[in-house]
Design a protein around this ligand. Structure first.
Ligand SMILES: C[S@@+](CC[C@H](N)C(=O)[O-])C[C@H]1O[C@@H](n2cnc3c(N)ncnc32)[C@H](O)[C@@H]1O
Length: 387
């Protein structure tokens, strides 16, 4: 496909997304009905679509409209590319710009430039203070690809040289002792032998750093209460913890056994009905459902679909989870609360409700300024009243 044809395809996919379909479904649907498109075409179209979703507001302002075509015109303008070079009607490229579309765009407002929904801009300001605008600017860009080196099997240098044999070039990242940032050929990772032999896993660097804050010791019994696909379970098991994975949705944990086998670690899966029998634990981690505001570079649609009402619902689920996990710890045990949110109301404010019963031992808010996604972690131990 020509560059113009790829832009035309991105416009089609964006229109499907803007009419309410999830981005992944829209991309898969497009690929199924256009079997001639090769993997490079699909990757380029995906990049256009995700770039546009990260910068939806500014692109629509620069493109002078709210449909896929205006969004792509605006995205190109924002990237410093003259849209007329691609909108030329040649072959399968989009048709030429109309007189209206050729008019110079009005300058976007600050909120448009930052690609932030108006209603949540004050939440970012209140949570991040002086760093707010810098973080929002970073959320408009693609996230780096990070790998977690499975330190139970290999060290960072050895993992790097194994990856290089398959053309995947990486460098160490300071955020976590296990983190590698892929700098060349990220799309080759999942086919590399380092990946299939369990030497590396795809995991954001801040997500890895968060696990390093937990003080995991070999043999420690840990409950991963919101295990999902098992990213944190695997990282804790690699540090020697005996991990029990739990999630309200057992379906979401279906890949954990395969991933654990590949990594050479054991993770026990526990259904909600059997959890009380497994308690108590030395550490209970709740990597809670959240707004996802820290990872909007990876899920940019989430930025536009979140509403005030949905955020309130999520906060109430987080409060319930925080209440529940307290009963699963052993005497002298700890709880840890984590989110991939940048909002104080989902993080520090939730943890503050535990004061008087639990003392905060570690607390950190990671932001994209640290290099990885935005994550929050608090590690707490029980307060004992004397006398
Ligand atoms: C942020 S994701 C977890 C990601 C995972 N820890 C990882 O590192 O890959 C949150 C998970 O919480 C689960 N969840 C939602 N509500 C829950 C609840 N009330 N109890 C337990 N798990 C819940 C969701 O199904 C989802 O898998």
């Amino acid at each position: 496909m020509t560059p113009g044809a790829r832009v035309a395809a991105a416009i089609e996919v964006l229109d499907t997304i803007l009419s309410g379909q999830p981005a992944e479904k829209a991309l898969t649907g497009w690929a199924r009905s256009h079997r001639f498109a090769g993997s490079k075409d699909r990757a380029a179209i995906r990049d256009h679509v995700f770039d546009a979703l990260r910068r939806l507001r500014s692109s629509q302002a620069l493109g002078g409209g709210a449909d896929g075509r205006a969004t792509m015109i605006g995205l190109l303008r924002g990237q410093g590319i003259d849209p007329e070079t691609l909108f030329n009607g040649i072959g399968h490229a989009p048709k030429e710009l109309s007189a209206f579309e050729q008019q110079p765009a009005t300058k976007p407002t600050t909120a448009e430039t930052l690609d932030c929904p108006d209603w949540c801009y004050p939440l970012f300001q209140n949570s991040l203070g002086d760093e707010c605008d810098a973080v929002l600017k970073l959320l408009r860009d693609r996230a780096p690809v990070f790998l977690r080196v499975n330190l139970a099997k290999v060290n960072r240098e050895e993992a790097q040289s194994q990856l290089a044999k398959d053309g995947v070039i990486s460098r160490s990242h300071d955020l976590a002792s296990s983190a590698l940032e892929v700098v060349e050929n990220p799309r080759k990772v999942s086919a590399s032998s380092a990946y299939s032999n369990g030497l590396v896993e795809l995991q954001d660097a801040a997500s890895q750093a968060l696990v390093e804050q937990l003080g995991i010791r070999p043999g420690m019994r840990v409950l991963d209460y919101c295990a999902g696909g098992g990213g944190k379970s695997l990282a804790m098991a690699a540090l020697g913890a005996e991990v029990v994975a739990h999630d309200i949705s057992t379906r979401r944990m279906k890949d954990i056994p395969t991933r654990a086998r590949r990594a050479g670690v054991e993770i026990e899966i526990c259904s909600p009905e059997n959890l009380s029998k497994q308690a108590p634990f030395d550490l209970v981690l709740a990597d809670a459902p959240c707004s996802g505001s820290g990872s909007w570079r990876r899920d940019p649609q989430g930025k536009w679909s979140l509403s005030r009402e949905r955020l309130d619902e999520i906060r109430s689920i987080q409060s319930d989870i925080l209440k529940k996990i307290q009963s699963y710890t052993a005497d002298g045990g700890a709880i840890a609360y984590a989110t991939c949110s940048l909002f104080r109301s989902e993080n520090q404010d939730q943890v503050a409700t535990l004061s008087g019963q639990w003392a905060v031992k570690q607390e950190r808010q990671f932001t994209p300024l640290d290099g990885g996604d935005g994550f929050y972690i608090a590690l707490l131990t029980r307060e004992f009243s004397v006398g």
